[in-house]
Design a protein around this ligand. Structure first.
Ligand code: IPM
Ligand code: MG
Length: 369
């Protein structure tokens, strides 16, 4: 039996997760895949109960699980907490401790939603790009960090951006390997014009490409991060796989996500080192949207990004592409049938709640099998 740890988190996390749990139950009932599911707390809800956003016990469970499915963390209720207690810290600690260095963030435009994007239809229609964001290094974790007081009484905030060869190489390989199953086109994004860490990034990505992927027909190009942001909103279909560091990946993936017309639709996977004997590759799956506290508890949030994250789990952790396909097909059929949650609502479509979206997904799954 596969061990799955579910961390619903804060805001809309629990209500979108509830719909995914129904699909997980459906999969078990149909004998397709059986999970031993346990649940834990992360983020603000963990702070409320335990005084920390991730306990050692929950972290140990995550390390032992075959996969982790996460909802979202954070909300204004916890804004006043000190930095180390903030809900986001729980997520960052989890990523770091599980060594989830490769964050895959697809930005896919669903045909039924292409006209919901703010960009012109022909700019985004058919878009299918993958951002591979380095997730355990760079300025998010670099040391020294902190806020100090200078001798003249001024305060100074310090964060450090650094990357080692090993950190660059391992995430580059993930991006190149993914590109082999796609269009064999990788764009590596950095600020090599102003940052030494960016110059090293560029050198190392080029070296790995030369040594391991050039002969396999993979095309590599480099782009400065500011230009990439501009190109993403100008002509996003020029990209296939983008590989970049933690901070640029954070920014560019939000930018790419909005090209699709709905953040509420986008899944993500965070992967650790390739499996070793007796141990699965550590992995965490979560929607790209946040906790959306303004709409939490109203049964209007879109559960599809979390559902599609579960589909990514079936694909990347459990090698069950046909079950992943099944879920993705159910989502597409619900959308082309005209049903929408509020975030993706369009003229002449039917607005449904979170729960009803779960109902119709189950109905489509029944019809498809
Ligand atoms: C993300 C989020 C996180 C990040 C926050 C919640 C810590 O923005 O996953 O993109 O900055 O990585
Ligand atoms: Mg972000």
């Amino acid at each position: 039996m596969k061990r799955l740890l579910v961390l619903s988190g804060d805001g809309i996390g629990p209500e979108v997760m509830a719909q995914v749990m129904r699909v997980i139950d459906w999969m078990a009932r149909k004998g397709r895949v059986q999970f031993d599911v346990s649940e834990g707390l992360i983020g603000g809800c963990s702070c409320d109960v335990h005084g920390v956003s991730l306990t050692d016990d929950t972290l140990a469970e995550a390390m032992a699980a075959d996969a982790v499915l996460l909802g979202a963390v954070g909300g204004p209720r916890w804004d006043g907490l000190s930095f180390d207690k903030k809900p986001e810290q729980g997520l960052l600690r989890l990523r770091k401790a599980m060594d989830l260095f490769a964050n895959l963030r697809p930005a896919i435009v669903f045909d039924a939603l292409a006209d919901a994007a703010t960009l012109k239809l022909d700019v985004v229609k058919g878009l299918d790009l993958m951002i591979v964001r380095e997730l355990t290094g760079g300025v998010y974790f670099g040391k020294p960090r902190g806020i100090d007081i200078l001798s003249d009484g001024n305060r100074i905030g310090i964060n450090t951006h650094s990357y080692s060869t090993n950190e660059i190489v391992r995430v580059a390989r993930i991006a190149f390997d993914l590109s082999l199953k796609r269009n064999r086109k990788v764009s590596s994004v950095d600020k090599a014009n102003v940052m030494e860490a960016g110059a090293l990034w560029r050198e190392e990505v080029t070296r790995i490409w030369n040594e391991e992927y050039k002969d396999k027909g993979v095309e590599l190009s480099h782009m400065y991060a500011d230009n990439c942001a501009m190109q993403l909103v100008r002509a996003p279909k020029q990209f296939d796989v983008i590989v970049t560091d933690n901070l640029f990946g954070d920014l560019l993936s939000d930018c790419a996500a909005t090209l699709t017309g709905s953040l509420g639709m986008l899944p993500s996977a965070s992967l650790g080192m390739p499996p070793e004997e007796g141990r699965r590759r550590r992995a965490l799956y979560e929607p790209a949207h946040g906790s959306a506290p303004d709409i939490a508890g109203k049964d209007i949030a879109n559960p599809l990004a979390t559902l599609l994250s579960f589909a990514m789990m079936l694909r990347y952790s459990f090698d069950q592409p046909s079950d992943a396909d099944l879920i993705e097909r159910a989502v597409q059929r619900v959308l082309s049938g005209g049903l929408r949650t509020a975030d993706i609502m369009q003229p002449n479509k039917a607005k449904v709640s979170t729960t009803v979206m779960g109902d119709v997904i189950l109905r489509e799954l029944d019809k498809l099998t």
